[in-house]
Design a protein around this ligand. Structure first.
Ligand code: HEC
Length: 209
């Protein structure tokens, strides 16, 4: 009996601590963590972007996303309700990753603010595995993968990314330079901190480190 009670208490405390730690995560930032999910998973293929507002939604901007969000209340937010559960209606082609769904929920619970640069700019970090790959996965791979290589570029692998560097197309797109398509397509320019990390990594010979 005693053991059972101890077990039960332990279980309650585990459940409680995981729930609370999931509910708030100050590092989740709208510009860096939430907007890219909508841009790469919802705004492509003429679905929810500035040219094509399917169901009235342009999900490529903060204002557009907020039309379907009730701050602090994920379950009253259409944008969250359509992506959660076992058979979500959105996106139509593929369920979002569990991490993306939980980030969106936490961001709404935290008040759905238009935050940016929450973790500060670490100018010393620009390795491929630690900085560049996560950045490209977040912002680019939804539209540049093996099944759907936008403009012919599959940026999901190191060698694919190198192809875009060797052809001299990568930095021009990120810097919105004349003669290049501005990337990430249909979204805001990356932060100066992110562009500087990519530039530094290329300048030292884009090592696969
Ligand atoms: C919403 C979809 C989408 C996102 C997000 C996106 N791309 Fe693209 N990208 C495309 C499409 C479609 C093309 C080909 C048509 C064009 O150039 O606009 C393209 C073209 C490119 C090109 C070739 C353009 C040129 O001028 O030669 C590069 C390089 C590129 N993307 C890099 C990136 C990088 C890096 C990111 C992330 C920071 C990114 N893209 C995010 C859809 C996207």
């Amino acid at each position: 009996m005693k053991i059972k009670i101890i077990f039960l208490l332990a279980l309650i405390s585990i459940t409680y601590s995981t729930c609370t730690s999931v509910a708030y995560n100050p590092d989740i930032c709208f510009q860096e963590n939430i907007l890219p999910i909508f841009v790469t998973k919802c705004s492509m293929n003429d679905c929810h972007n500035s040219a094509e507002h399917k169901a009235g939604y342009d999900l490529s901007t903060y204002e557009g996303i907020m039309k379907g969000v009730t701050p602090y209340h994920p379950y009253q937010s259409e944008v969250y309700n359509v992506i959660r559960g076992n058979n979500p209606s959105m996106p139509t082609d593929q369920k979002l990753d569990a991490k993306d769904i939980s980030y969106i929920k936490i961001w709404i619970k935290m008040g759905a603010k238009n935050t940016s640069n929450c973790s500060g700019c670490d100018t010393s970090s620009y390795t491929y595995s630690g900085r560049i790959k996560p950045l490209i996965s977040t912002w680019c791979v939804g539209c540049h993968n093996a099944g759907s290589p936008g403009g012919g570029y599959d940026l999901s692998t190191y060698s694919g990314l190198v192809t875009s560097i060797v052809s001299n197309r990568l930095l021009g797109t990120l810097n919105y330079s004349a003669g290049f398509s501005a990337m990430p397509k249909g979204s805001n320019k990356l932060s100066d901190c992110d562009i500087s990390a990519v530039t530094k990594w290329i300048n030292v010979g884009y090592p696969n480190n």
